[in-house]
Design a binder for this molecule. Structure first.
Ligand SMILES: Nc1ncnc2c1ncn2[C@@H]1O[C@H](COP(=O)(O)OP(=O)(O)OP(=O)(O)O)[C@@H](O)[C@H]1O
Ligand SMILES: [Mg+2]
Length: 149
């Protein structure tokens, strides 16, 4: 489905939605996350990584300071957080040049800071804070990566 919108009413529900996404991913695929602080990007990523089978949701923590976490159980997943990156960067300046030579799932928080050239299929997910426990999640999937759903 090229694009759709879902609303979650708890962090658990966001993890569950992430899991459903993760179960459908076949690497290589790039997932670009956007949305304000606390919108739920890391929470959704916990679900995506666990759904893909690369780690448990508890093992997935925010790579705020290290920029990149790698999970590698069966499927290889890179979780990148560009929050602390000032300017527009590309994956090469982040030392991630190998990422696109591997068959991996790459998930990027604050992806608007990324200058990107890739022929990988891309899924764009935008999260919005609606109220304390409510989030609107907009999924743009032009390549049909999630077409099974
Ligand atoms: N429906 C919901 N979906 C996701 N998170 C929710 C929801 N309701 C409440 N929350 C809470 O909102 C917070 C989301 O934090 P999270 O770290 O996932 O956001 P983030 O977008 O990654 O932020 P940052 O930009 O700081 O990395 C968590 O504390 C979570 O418990
Ligand atoms: Mg985060």
């Amino acid at each position: 489905m090229p694009s759709r919108e879902i609303v979650t009413r708890s962090w658990e529900e966001t993890i569950q939605r992430g899991r459903e996404i993760g179960e459908q991913l076949k690497p290589p695929v790039l997932i670009l996350l956007s949305g304000d602080l606390g919108a739920g990007k890391t929470t959704l990523t916990k679900g995506i990584v666990s759904g893909a089978g690369a780690a448990t949701e508890e093992e997935v923590t925010s790579p705020t300071f290290t920029l990149v976490h790698k999970y590698d159980r069966g499927v290889r997943v890179y979780h990148v957080d560009l929050y602390r990156i000032g300017d527009l960067h590309d994956l090469e300046t982040l030392g991630l040049e190998d990422v696109f030579t591997e068959r991996a799932v790459v998930i990027v928080e604050w992806s608007e800071k990324l200058a990107l050239r890739t022929d990988w299929p891309v899924v764009r997910i935008h999260l919005e804070h609606v109220s304390e426990d409510v989030r609107r999640i907009s999924i743009d999937d032009p390549a049909g990566v999630l077409s099974a759903s």
